[in-house]
Write a protein that binds this ligand. Structure first.
Ligand code: ATR
Length: 279
């Protein structure tokens, strides 16, 4: 570890070279005057558990966990927060009272971006989430906590959407369907949580699902993941944005958990947008 005098934090991923977290947490630390260091660690799956345990045994204070380790991190954690248990995935680890605590700040990060940064109302609105993988599972509980009228989960493999809708039905109105069964009534908010954008593909939902009031949000971000946003704009939505704000907000929530202070996010988000070409 580079500077033992500083509290050590970092992100474990594979690959991790592209991670924006060191940039984000570096600014957070400077602006909140926290004596800490934060760096990216390249960690292969077979060494993940041992590296996490060693990091904390050597006095490390906290880790962000990114792909592909978010599910493995559930097992490494000795305790889980409720939101990490719901997500069945961990993106934040901290050492608290001699215990490695697993948390998940992705969903609350999305909620902050939708409600605070974008000024959207979710309560009593109709939401459509595309995809039924880990990304969807991670955000469902915080979204349902805002009491939308319904969350429809649509997926290429309908059975996965149905299973996820059933698993979260106790938290609010959910429905799981295949893309073709989304219906022609426009949704208020459509969230793309599939990995389709990364290969330039668009989930084949009916055109009527997007209306002039619909806000479309892709959890992916960056110039290489514009397919869904471009398609949504051409389909006549009110607004289409990428998930860079969620990234910054989940980081702020992790930072708050570790340091007890929530950093300002607006200008970090603006700087990242300029740097990454995200919209
Ligand atoms: P993540 O953790 O990122 O959600 P995942 O669990 O592998 O990753 O889930 C990926 C999601 O993207 C799934 O909903 C997947 O659909 P299937 O369940 O049918 O596999 C969806 N997906 C991936 N590629 C897609 C494509 N080209 N078109 C539509 N959906 C796609």
């Amino acid at each position: 570890m580079s500077s033992p005098a500083l509290d050590q934090y970092g992100v474990f991923g594979h690959p991790v070279g592209h991670s924006l977290s060191p940039f984000i947490h570096g600014i957070f630390a400077r602006e909140t005057r926290q004596e800490m260091s934060y760096r990216a660690y390249e960690v292969a799956p077979q060494e993940f558990t041992e590296r996490v345990q060693r990091f904390f045994a050597e006095g490390g204070r906290g880790l962000n966990i990114t792909l592909p380790h978010k599910v493995a991190a559930v097992e490494v954690a000795q305790e889980l927060t409720g939101r990490a248990a719901h997500a069945a995935a961990v993106n934040t680890l901290s050492h608290q009272n001699e215990v490695i605590l697993g948390d998940n700040t992705d969903g609350v990060g999305l909620v902050h971006d939708l409600c605070d940064n974008l000024g959207l109302v979710v309560t009593q609105r109709r939401l459509l989430i595309l995809g039924a993988g880990g990304a969807t599972r991670g955000v469902l509980a915080p979204l349902l906590g805002l009491e939308p009228a319904i969350v429809v989960i649509a997926n290429r493999t309908p059975e996965r959407a149905e299973a996820l809708a059933a698993a979260f039905a106790d938290l609010g109105a959910t429905q799981g369907v295949g893309f073709a069964y989304v219906g022609e009534t426009p949704f208020d908010i459509i969230i793309n949580a599939t990995s389709a954008s990364l290969s330039g593909e668009i989930p084949p939902i009916p055109a009527g699902a997007i209306g002039p009031q619909t806000v479309c949000y892709d959890l992916a971000y960056g110039r290489s993941a514009m397919a869904f946003v471009n398609w949504a704009r051409e389909a006549g939505c009110a607004r289409a944005v990428q998930g860079l704000g969620m990234l910054v907000e989940q980081a702020a929530e992790s930072f708050r958990l570790w340091r007890g202070v929530r950093p300002q996010t607006a200008h970090v988000l603006a700087a990242l947008k300029a740097r990454s070409g995200s919209v």
